[in-house]
Design a protein around this ligand. Sequence first.
Ligand SMILES: [Zn+2]
Length: 335
Amino acid sequence: MSDRIPLPPLVFAPLLKRIRWGGRKLGDVLGKPIGDESDYAESWEVADQDGNESRVASGRLAGISLPELIATASESLLGTQVGMNQFPLLIKYLDANDWLSLQVHPNDFLARQFGSRERGKTECWVILQADPGAKICCGLKRGVTTEQLQTGLEVAVSDPSSHLLEDLLHIYPVEAGDCVFVPAGTIHALGPGILLAEIQQQSNLTFRLYDWGKLGSDGQPRPVHIQESLTCTDFARGPVFPVVAQQLCDQEHGFEELVRCEYFVVRRHTSLHAFSLLSDGRFRILMTLAGSGTVDTSTGAEALLQGGTVLLPACCERIRVRPEERLQILEITCP
Ligand SMILES: [Zn+2]
């Protein structure tokens, strides 16, 4: 493979993760190849981590890993972002059927302070389905101090019936279509009954504050990292609500910009009719949230199927999305 050879649109084999809080919607709703178990929690769609490297699912590049593509076709894949030695974003679908642990991620600076080779983690969630009343935690109530949180965590462990901890957290119901932006340093947790798309920095650095009294798959409580968590938490941030999308339009269609931060830009397109996407020398990731269609580009075409993810290398030009029915996709780029 040479850097001169333009890459076609890429679909990777999903990396499925079974965790106690998972369910069956990754298969039943999003068409992932799950087995008989009822704990399918995460589908890693685009990943570049040791032991978790996405591989092309089919076509002439089948079996080639994302790091191999970066090593051999960096310019075609990354375009203006050439020079990166790791793919910058981690893209997942999640099926939460129970409370996930209460957690926080460091920012890039603190990740380095902890001696980690990983970057920090800012993430964003786009809710695909939510059972009535399904809740998330995102942020602390305004004014909560380190001491209050520490006490809340201690009381929660010694007296699980106490509501002291929950009273400090910003917990609220979400609906399908909500997008929640979770900057590094924001304490968060997902509750049961939520299927979502997750866009995050390529990092696996998580500090756990509390596991709601639940046990890990080995029957033991999972470790918590209180001091690290308190160090990473941005106590000034307060409660975090769903984003208010910015409405944009071009000659052909209207769309929404959900998030624009220093790590990623997330736009949501909903259309019955064909529309073009910008090609600007950056790679783009398309996640199909609903409906079906195709994406045509200068280097090839790929099907858009609900629950699928397509990586358009930076070399793809003349990008045309053709819905077969009402299609809703996320378009994810780096800024
Ligand atoms: Zn997280």
